[in-house]
Design a protein around this ligand. Structure first.
Ligand code: PLP
Length: 381
């Protein structure tokens, strides 16, 4: 019997080590990982540079309160600032980053109306859970935070009907991750940006899953020339060490003053020693180009190979964030468990989508190897 609270359905497999794009379970079976620990270990496992950086910090200092200067925080903030346009607040998770964003929106605008989108995912704390427009996430928790309005994603008409001068912010993911790997339409994003300007509301982008190179640009908003007022990060930022960040344009950021918000562990030295290497490695133009071209290759390959597979409804994605929508949720479960048997880890999203988040360091050869297994399994349904 487990002494854990059962907030997750766990498979009876335990991973005990990892190297590059591979994981090894307690029987030493090797798995090719197309999950990156759900978009976290983007640079793979046992990365020599990340390991060295963390080990060095272990011998120097683990924690220093935010009552003292931190040149490490300054350095990562600068790396994340998109050419010094944004200022950073550090925390420890995606939900915390979004919590900070929602508090900053309210403090800066002195308004409460925040628009978010159906199937979005922003986290599990009360504010981030309220921002998450999914009934199954809200169920049973009583009254939520006030002021949130939910609108269908990629629907210009619906958004136009809800946005007004009382709107404090529009908050969204550029590719909805948990919601089934749904990329935003370019045209819709343009309208979102225009509406924010017209109504003077803040544009808030949740980059927790899409940020730090996952989609082939450092931030996914950069594909579309968006100018967010606030954006949030976590997952890939520490490659597995817990860390989150909220970034805000200078004028917005100045609404937070000493005492407005805080976090004991936020900007922790161990976490940021890893973020330092992560941000350095991922901001490399050639690296991002590699991710981008692999993503384009993979999407074309899957669309091609699955063109007349009867169980496939849609193939979509951006960079190395891909989804294959099947006609039935049970088909997704079958594919996920058959692939697990064969030593390939993939994810399920929004019940009927096979979600692929391979490590960004994967080679074209290994990517193709995994894709071929997936295609074969889907065709066998
Ligand atoms: C995972 C995720 C979160 C929540 O992050 P936690 O670290 O689990 O709190 C928020 N937003 C998006 C888009 C995510 O994918």
């Amino acid at each position: 019997m487990s002494d854990l609270i059962q907030t997750y359905n766990r498979l009876p497999i335990e991973f005990q080590s990892g190297d590059g794009i591979h994981l090894y379970d307690t029987t030493n079976k090797c798995y090719l990982d197309f999950t990156s620990g759900i978009g976290v270990c983007n640079l793979g496992y046992n990365h020599p540079k990340l390991n060295d950086s963390l080990k060095k910090q272990v011998d120097l200092l683990w924690h220093s309160p935010n009552l003292y200067d931190s040149s490490l925080q300054e350095e990562i903030a600068s790396n994340l600032s998109d050419n010094h346009q944004y200022k950073a607040f550090f925390c420890n998770s995606g939900a915390e980053a979004n919590e900070a964003a929602i508090k900053l929106v309210r403090k800066h605008t002195q308004k409460e109306k925040i628009i978010t989108f159906n199937q979005s995912f922003h986290g599990r704390t009360f504010a981030s859970m309220t921002a998450t427009a999914q009934a199954k996430v809200h169920d049973g928790f009583g009254s939520l935070l006030s002021g949130f309005h939910y609108v269908p994603y990629n629907d210009i008409h619906a958004l136009n009907n809800v946005v007004d001068h009382d709107t404090a912010a529009i908050m969204f993911e550029v590719v909805q991750g948990e919601g089934g790997v749904l990329p935003a339409d370019k045209e819709w994003l343009k309208v979102v940006q225009e509406l924010c300007e017209e109504y003077g509301c803040l544009l808030v982008v949740d980059e927790v899953q899409t940020g730090i190179g996952r989609t082939g640009t450092f931030y996914s908003y950069q594909h579309y020339g968006l100018q967010p007022d606030i954006f949030t990060l976590a997952k890939g930022l520490g490659n597995g060490v817990p860390v989150g960040a909220m970034l805000a344009k200078q004028d917005v950021a100045s609404s937070f003053t000493p005492g407005s918000h805080g976090s004991t562990f936020g900007g922790n030295r161990l976490a940021l020693s890893v973020s330092k290497e992560v941000t350095r490695l991922v901001s490399d133009t050639e690296f991002l180009q590699h991710v981008s071209s692999l993503g384009e290759f993979a999407l074309t390959y899957l669309k091609d190979q699955l063109a007349d597979a009867p169980h496939v409804k849609d193939v979509r994605g951006l960079g190395l964030m891909m989804g294959i929508e099947l006609t039935q949720p049970s088909d997704v479960s079958t594919v996920v468990s058959e692939l697990l048997e064969q030593g390939l880890l993939v994810l399920q999203a929004e019940s009927n989508v096979v979600r692929l988040l391979p490590p960004l360091i994967i080679s074209k050869e290994d990517l193709t190897k995994g894709l071929d297994l997936i295609v074969k399994e889907i065709k066998a349904l």
